[in-house]
Design a protein around this ligand. Structure first.
Ligand code: HEM
Ligand code: CU
Length: 550
């Protein structure tokens, strides 16, 4: 290779310039390449994650002692608000769809880009502007309402910077909506010849379902936040009973968005897990059509259960009963998925690479999160544990144990494709296992203390809960190490990692048919799909041409 002529490619395996080849800042900030936009999102969400993690780290230190004096009451409230807002809207919701999805979807369907590349870039800018407002609201003093912004406290009584933060979330919402629209149209219109609906990899089904929720639910959040701002600015009574409004109306609107939103957070992870189950058992996902259909079913039925967040809000007992039953029904499609993944493992030739360890961790933790969701959906049990740490544990098992494990699995799986480098496998496995242990250490004690009556969002508490809080804080330190390790070795691999082959996992899927990292236009020739998505039957080697199955 001629070292003096860096612009010429001497190796024949790279058919075109890689999407990473241009290095100017301008080329990144004005890019319309879905892959670069995916990378921009990846960097941004990791940044927000780290800020949110520092906030919760300080909280966990405060909670080591029943009468902790590290923080003022108001500071504690501001920290959990910041933590929730950043984790939900600026990390979890965009994590898999906007970062990994942006990168993978077009390649997985054999397209050159998403349907609207400029709109895609606009989504990222809106996301960053929204995040800017949230961070600005912290710098000028913070917000103390909690991420749920319950009225009338948020609309009337809180004298913190509610409007600034809510405006940030409002703007980020538009980013979600545009991304959802872009994905729906991309998946409808731009699939490679031969990729029929039931030949789509399950990751695409899950992101398609997620996009439906993004488009249909997010506007409701935008309107809700707008109404709250109207009340706060002009004192028009919408939610505050003193002004003739109805505070429960806010809860209905908020949860009509936010329950579906929890599926925005977990459906993409389920999609990742389906990919990983196939690749690391060398088998077709058991009951492929059922898993695909379950994604859509979750997206649809998820809109009907919001009232389970309001069992103690004084809604009628009959409404409560209906929401309780519907919540049990929405658990069925999730159950189908867990069952089918497990069945996929049966007689598979399983290999425990890092992504697979994360995927197995997902299944275990998601199962605990989902089953405790059923406890909460049972009206009478919920009355006992509402607003306790039991709820905190439940949603962290789903959102951190489930969604984040899926994200980490997907990140490792596609890392060679995204960066062209392999990460160190031994460190990867270590981090996955440390994360799993740290996670359970952190959140399992919270089920117990919640059941015993420890309320959420309190920083002073009765001494009998201390032992659980100390366990939880110790676990959080282990979990922190579990998350920090990948940050270090993934960055390390960018420079020192081995060069990745096109298909390091010998997996099916069109994304593995192009080079790592992919050329600007993904494929030189449009690939043609002639078979089902997970065909590991004959031989495990990748096919040489851009054809999924010969
Ligand atoms: C699949 C992904 C799921 C996610 C991401 C999720 C997430 C959440 C979150 C964030 C909360 C707390 C809201 C707050 O701040 O007050 C919550 C509470 C709740 N979840 Fe889930 N959940 C999921 C599944 C389920 C399922 C399947 C059920 C029932 C079958 C369920 C039932 C409940 C109930 C009843 C509450 C309210 C408890 C209370 O406030 O007393 N969840 N969930
Ligand atoms: Cu819910």
């Amino acid at each position: 290779m001629n070292e003096l002529a860096p612009a010429t490619h001497t190796h024949t395996s790279a058919p075109a310039e890689s999407y990473l080849d241009e290095h100017t800042v301008r080329s990144w900030l004005l890019t319309t390449d879905h892959k670069r936009i995916g990378v921009l999102y990846l960097i941004s969400i990791v940044f927000y994650f780290l800020v949110a993690a520092v906030a919760v780290g300080i909280m966990r230190i405060e909670l080591l002692h029943p009468h902790g004096t590290l923080l003022l009451n108001e500071t504690y409230n501001k920290l959990f608000t910041l933590h929730g807002v950043l984790m939900v809207w600026f990390f979890l919701i965009p994590s898999i769809p906007s970062a990994l999805g942006n990168f993978i979807i077009p390649i997985m369907i054999g397209a050159r880009d998403v349907a609207f590349p400029k709109l895609n870039l606009l989504s990222w800018y809106l996301f960053m502007i929204g995040g800017g407002f949230v961070l600005y609201s912290i710098m000028i003093g913070g917000v103390d309402t909690g991420w749920t912004f319950y009225t009338p406290f948020s609309s009337t009584y809180s004298n913190t910077h509610v409007l600034t933060m809510v405006f940030g979330v409002f703007i980020a919402g538009f980013s979600s909506i545009l991304t959802g629209l872009n994905f729906i149209i991309t998946i409808h219109k731009m699939r490679a010849p031969g990729m029929r609906w039931f030949r789509m990899p399950l990751f695409l089904w899950s992101l398609y379902s997620t996009s439906i929720i993004l488009v249909l639910a997010t506007p409701v959040l935008a309107i809700t936040l707008l109404l709250m701002a109207v009340e706060r600015v002009w004192g028009i009574g919408i939610f505050d009973p003193r002004l003739g409004g109805d505070p429960i109306l806010f809860q209905h609107l908020f949860w009509f968005y936010s329950h579906p939103a929890v599926y925005i957070m977990v459906l993409p992870s389920m999609g990742v897990v389906s990919e990983l189950m196939a690749a690391f058992t060398r088998k077709e996902v058991f009951g492929y059509e059922w898993v695909a259909g379950a994604s859509v079913a979750i997206a649809v039925v998820g809109f009907l259960v919001w009232g389970h967040h309001m069992f103690v809000s004084s809604q009628s007992i009959y409404a409560g009963m209906v929401f309780s039953i519907l919540s049990f029904i929405v658990a069925v499609p999730s159950g189908i998925k867990v069952f089918n993944w497990t069945a996929t493992l049966y007689q598979g030739s399983i290999s425990f690479e890092t992504p697979m360890i994360y995927a197995l961790g997902f299944i275990g933790l998601f199962a605990i999160g989902g089953l405790t969701g059923l406890f909460l959906a049972a009206l009478a049990v919920d009355v006992h544990v509402t607003d306790t740490y039991f709820v905190v544990a439940h949603f962290h098992y789903i959102m951190v144990g489930g969604a984040v494990m899926g994200f980490m699995g997907g990140l490792h799986y596609w890392w060679p494709k995204i960066t062209g480098r392999l990460y160190p496998e031994a460190f990867g496995r270590l981090a996955a296992i440390v994360t799993f242990i740290g996670f359970n250490f952190t959140f399992f004690p919270q089920f117990v203390m919640g059941y015993l009556g420890m309320p959420r969002r309190y920083h002073n508490y009765a001494p009998e809960f201390q032992v659980y809080h100390v366990l939880s804080t110790a676990g959080a330190s282990i979990l922190g190490i579990g998350y920090l390790l990948p940050v270090i070795y993934l960055l390390w691999s960018l420079r020192y990692g081995k060069k990745a082959p096109a298909n390091p996992w010998h997996a099916t899927g069109l994304e593995w048919q192009t080079t790592s990292p992919p050329p600007k236009h993904n494929f030189d020739e449009t690939p043609v799909v002639t078979g089902p998505p997970y065909d590991y039957t004959e031989d495990f080697e990748p096919k040489p041409s851009g054809v999924l199955h010969a």
